[in-house]
Ligand binder design. Structure first.
Ligand SMILES: Nc1nc2c(c(=O)[nH]1)N[C@H]1C(S)=C(S)[C@@H](COP(=O)(O)OP(=O)(O)OC[C@H]3O[C@@H](n4cnc5c(=O)[nH]c(N)nc54)[C@H](O)[C@@H]3O)O[C@H]1N2
Ligand SMILES: Nc1nc2c(c(=O)[nH]1)N[C@H]1C(S)=C(S)[C@@H](COP(=O)(O)OP(=O)(O)OC[C@H]3O[C@@H](n4cnc5c(=O)[nH]c(N)nc54)[C@H](O)[C@@H]3O)O[C@H]1N2
Ligand code: SF4
Ligand SMILES: [Mo]
Length: 753
């Protein structure tokens, strides 16, 4: 590591960028004499990211030094936030949560987690301990905003939430991208830093990239073929493709044949969806549909990959079911260059539930108000509002928000959700900012700086295109008023459960151990918890759990059985990431349904086809449909106050096709009012032939005009508008309950001066 030391006080540290799923390896240069972060750049030695970083990476510096980032706990007294000591904060949190549960029952405490928990491992690994202590079923998260169709389909077809195919993009030569724009988002459910570069490599080796998206996105522009689909019509298109594959005798399941159930049923279900029948609703010609089916099946190594636009839409579950089915029917599931499964260094521990006790992790109990089925132990995020508003036993009276900003990121967040938050008896937020959501809290407990805690690839290992692992040590010591999230959670759990913090920490480790044993993890199944503790030692915190995962995993030292194998100590000594090679076929490990087969026509998804049929026959030609878009210099709701990103042209701009604009007397640069059944926002307009006719596009995450949020001068200087004021939390993908923020009927009101 000596090459990383420039001068006595200036050092460069290997870290992981915390801003998206790519987990790019960074080199962060720091002057330890002043505590200043001097530079952030890509790490060329990293086997996965190979020096790649996007413009967001430098914002780690802004985040670390941001004066508005909370440096200690804050309590609200007489409507104003003021600092409070940690011990007092823990006492208050536990006392209030217990009080509310004492008065109204366990379910009176609700829980909402956001995306950033995927980048704070102390939160990711310790949240289950907190939820166990609280015994509430009122659990929600942003995963029912964009992931639940993927999880439900994985559970229904394969029997496990984590059986999620990943496109093997480095070996693929025909990639169909449905509703993803990795040129801006950097890619999701696909951890392969520099996705744009990897897409270009497909083309350079003679392959093709096809993009299905209502907008001619940056990714579509770089692709070989763009199909401008009507939003939410993907399921109909894919059914027509399935039908064509059968009709033209193009089915070749290869080794999947052995594991296939209900293939004939799928053939029968797809029969009514001829390319001619779906052409009008999808906006894609029957000839193009047949051509696409043929090209996928004739390509040597093809893969259909769907992400946000495939799931956050009216038919997210059916769409993702058919994506898997087409990959399998064309011989590309679990095959090099097709849709593979991660070769993770350890077994998945987050969202890893599988078929057990006669059921997949779905519908084991129902929500209180709408009787909606749970998925993965959560209810759809859109239901949180009614669970807060509707009186009766089990009504949410207190809320814990964890790294989430649903007031901006969720439907009706700025409307009914904000009002409901104000009515709560108590709100506790784990967050590093006072923002549009946490300003409603009574108590906020911040994480330490990103650079003051360790980091490692945990959740996203499930999506990596290589067996890859990395550990990054903290750069800075904790400041006197900083606490690790794992410690803060254990302190609260200790108070709630009448145990010590050390016991709460050990219980957390034990929960992961028990979970993996219940899933039949071969190494841990052979040992007792006491034996495990002897190997791992007594040091508290998330690193100990990571050590267990590494050591029990397929490359681990298996606690001495394979002395040459991996341990956390070895990974730390190595100092950088380790790469265990590309994806390998492993379908048998991924199927957890009792008959050992993949279900090609799960009943709970088949049941949604009737709704699709109805939708196909509706006339929407007079109605504008709003969809979202991501931009590389923005990340959901929370990165708009970083000076390095808050420059360049205004981002929160509505895109509309010039013909649609002309018809309404709208000109470029004009400000208009967008109105839906739920609310209205004012936004500037840009005319763009990127847009499909009838479809308009606006980014989400904006609307930083709340006067109660202190500081944040850059975010406030260009606040943008809150897209989700227009969204209706009742518009969902029915099987999974995933909210649909992408297909909102709106009118444009043009004010004439
Ligand atoms: N209209 C529309 N809405 C959308 C989307 C869309 O495409 N269109 N996308 C949706 C998607 S995919 C998602 S995932 C959701 C995201 O929804 P959220 O997760 O609610 O939104 P984020 O902006 O990612 O929120 C991150 C929160 O974590 C906090 N945070 C950051 N770092 C830390 C940390 O180290 N510790 C702690 N404790 N907190 C931290 C931030 O201050 C912020 O409050 O938004 C959804 N909303
Ligand atoms: N810069 C940046 N990067 C991010 C984020 C961010 O906010 N900013 N957020 C992160 C998060 S939380 C996530 S989940 C990922 C998401 O990453 P991606 O999955 O790449 O999502 P988007 O970039 O929003 O692209 C979704 C596309 O779907 C299209 N679309 C909308 N409706 C439909 C439809 O019905 N059918 C089809 N076929 N397409 C449709 C939209 O036009 C859009 O181009 O990005 C992550 N990375
Ligand atoms: S793509 Fe950009 S934001 Fe995502 S991890 Fe890499 S550098 Fe960070
Ligand atoms: Mo997301």
């Amino acid at each position: 590591m000596s090459d990383l030391i420039d001068a006595e006080t200036v050092q460069t540290h290997r870290r992981i960028c915390p801003f998206c799923e790519q987990n790019c390896a960074t080199l962060v240069k720091v002057d330890h004499s002043t505590g200043q972060v001097l530079q952030v750049r890509g790490d060329k030695d990293d086997p996965l990211s190979q020096g790649f970083v996007c413009p967001k990476s430098v914002a780690v510096k802004d985040l670390h030094h941001d004066p508005d980032r909370l440096r200690g706990p804050m309590v609200k007294r007489n409507g104003k936030f003021e600092p409070i000591g940690w011990d007092e904060a823990y006492d208050l949190a536990a006392e209030k949560l217990r009080e509310v549960q004492g008065r109204h029952g366990s379910d009176a405490v609700g829980f909402y987690a956001g995306t950033s928990i995927g980048h704070v491992q102390g939160i990711a690994l310790y949240t289950p301990t907190l939820l166990t202590a609280l015994q509430t079923t009122q659990i929600f998260s942003s995963s029912s905003v964009d992931c639940h169709p993927h999880f439900l389909v994985a559970a229904a077809m394969f029997g496990a939430l984590s059986s999620l195919p990943v496109p093997d993009i480095d070996n693929c030569d025909y990639l169909v991208v449905i509703g993803a724009n990795p040129y801006q988002s950097n890619g999701s459910f696909l951890t392969a830093p520099n996705v744009p570069g990897r897409l270009r490599a497909i083309q350079e080796r003679g392959g093709k990239v096809v993009v299905i998206d209502p907008r001619r996105t940056e990714t579509a522009k770089a692709a070989d073929w763009h199909l401008p689909i009507e939003p939410s019509a993907d399921a109909a298109l894919l059914l027509a493709i399935v039908r064509t594959l059968f009709e033209e005798g193009q089915i070749k399941l290869r080794h999947i044949e052995l594991y296939a159930r209900n293939v004939e049923r799928l053939k029968h279900l797809a029969k009514p969806f001829t390319p001619e029948r779906v052409a009008l609703a999808t906006g894609i010609d029957a000839t193009d549909i047949r051509r696409l089916a043929r090209e996928i099946s004739e390509a040597d190594r093809a893969c259909v990959y769907g992400r946000l636009g495939s799931s956050m839409q009216s038919f997210g579950s059916v769409t993702n079911w058919l994506i898997n089915a087409i990959n399998a029917l064309t011989g590309n599931l679990d095959r090099v260059g097709g849709a593979m499964f991660a070769n993770a260094v350890f077994d998945p521990v987050i969202l890893s539930q599988r078929y057990a006790d006669g059921s997949i992790p779905y519908g084991r109990y129902q929500s209180r108000v709408s009787q909606f089925p749970e998925l993965a132990g959560q209810f759809p995020a859109g239901l949180m509002i009614e669970e807060m508003e509707t009186p009766g036993e089990g009504q949410i009276k207190a809320l814990i928000s964890m790294g989430a900003n649903p007031v901006i990121s969720n439907a009706n967040g700025g409307g009914r959700l904000s009002k409901a938050l104000e009515e709560l008896e108590f709100m506790l937020s784990f967050d590093i900012y006072i923002n549009e959501t946490t300003r409603h809290a009574d108590l906020i407990l911040p994480s330490p700086s990103q650079l003051s805690h360790s980091d490692f690839m945990l959740f996203y290992a499930m999506f990596a295109v290589h067996g890859y692992t990395k550990y990054a040590a903290p750069i800075f010591d904790l400041q006197p008023n900083e606490r690790h999230d794992s410690e803060a959670i254990c302190e609260i759990v200790a108070r709630l459960s009448g145990i010590t913090r050390q016991q709460a920490d050990e219980n957390t480790l034990r929960m992961v151990f028990d979970q993996l044993r219940a899933e039949g993890q071969p190494v841990l199944s052979k040992m007792s918890f006491e034996q495990l503790l002897q190997h791992l030692g007594s040091e508290e915190g998330e690193d100990r759990i990571f050590d267990m995962l590494l050591r029990a995993g397929q490359y681990g030292d298996n606690f001495g059985e394979r002395p040459e194998g991996l341990t956390l100590a070895k990974l730390k000594e190595h100092g950088e990431a380790m790469d265990f090679g590309p994806l390998q076929p492993r379908i048998a490990d991924m199927i957890h349904l009792p008959d050992g087969k993949i279900d090609f026509a799960p009943e709970l998804l088949v049941a949604d086809l009737a709704r699709l049929e109805e939708w196909l026959d509706e006339d929407r030609s007079n109605q504008l449909r709003l969809v979202g878009r991501r931009q590389v210099r923005s990340c959901n709701t929370w990165m708009h106050n970083f000076p390095s990103l808050a420059k360049g042209p205004e981002l929160c701009v509505l895109l509309i096709n010039p013909h649609d604009a002309n018809e309404r007397g709208i000109t470029d640069g004009m400000k208009v009012t967008l109105r839906s059944s739920q609310g209205q926002v004012r936004v500037p307009v840009r005319l763009s032939d990127e847009m499909r006719r009838g479809v308009i596009s606006l980014p989400h995450g904006w609307g930083h005009d709340d006067p109660e949020v202190p500081g944040q001068p850059y975010a406030k200087s260009r606040p943008g508008a809150n897209y989700n004021l227009l969204a209706d939390e009742k518009l969902i993908d029915v099987p999974s309950g995933n909210i649909n923020l992408n297909y909102i009927p709106v009118d444009i009101v043009v004010e004439t001066a």
